[in-house]
Design a binder for this molecule. Sequence first.
Ligand code: MG
Length: 284
Amino acid sequence: MKLVTYRDNEGRARVGAVQDDHIVALPAVGSMLELIEVGPDAVTAARRALLEPADSIPLSGVKLLAPIPHTPKNIMCVGLNYLEHIEESQSASARPDVPVFFTKPPTAIAPPESEIPYPTATRELDYEVELAVVIGRRGKNIPRDEALDYVFGYTIINDITARDLQRKHGQWFKGKSLDLTCPMGPWIVTTDEIPDPGELDIISRVNGEVRQQSNTRHMIFDVAEIISSLSAGMTLEPGDVIATGTPSGVGMGFSPPRYLQVGDTVECEVQGIGVLRNTIGPRE
Ligand code: MG
């Protein structure tokens, strides 16, 4: 099932399920976080609503928000998780022994199909398509072989990065955290539709030109390993989002670099989920 957060006619954020090219409203659900916290019962209720849709709206007629417009904690991200991306990154040369974690704040989250203003704080704005995991159950010290039981579903993140700030500030946080540099969506796909997150084609395009093209099987640390490693001594909560790293083909990897420009359209696609599309707006 594909679950969306969207803005209704009165401007309120609502949760719905996607059926073909329509959204079936789930009026009993206050927010995506609430739905995830309630868990399987809420998913069952949503499925029932799809069978007897009382309130169906064309997808083309609504403004989607990020499926989780404000995450409970920072979006947690894995860096350097595809070998060929490590090779194209000037900052690192060795394959990491453990996942490299960093975060992006909730203020960076942006809706699908939105315009991302080019931040004046940077001159080197770059794209990174990533499969993102949405945690469904609270857990700590999660064993690798149970890790996928803690997943609610999957979405797509564009881990937009200010490369100059990433280099200048040493630690990655600043260059990864500018406002609206974490487009998320267009929806969350529940795990029943993606039994194996380790076999998904992952692609990005800028103005229609393919820039990144790989498969999640090429991750150095797979989804189960990432959850197990991150949850060691640190509680994961329902609604937490983990971005699992990007393959090669980012703008930084070209010679000369091909960073994003005002007016560019970026599409991030993951098999079984969909396409997350954003445009780069004027400098702001
Ligand atoms: Mg990334």
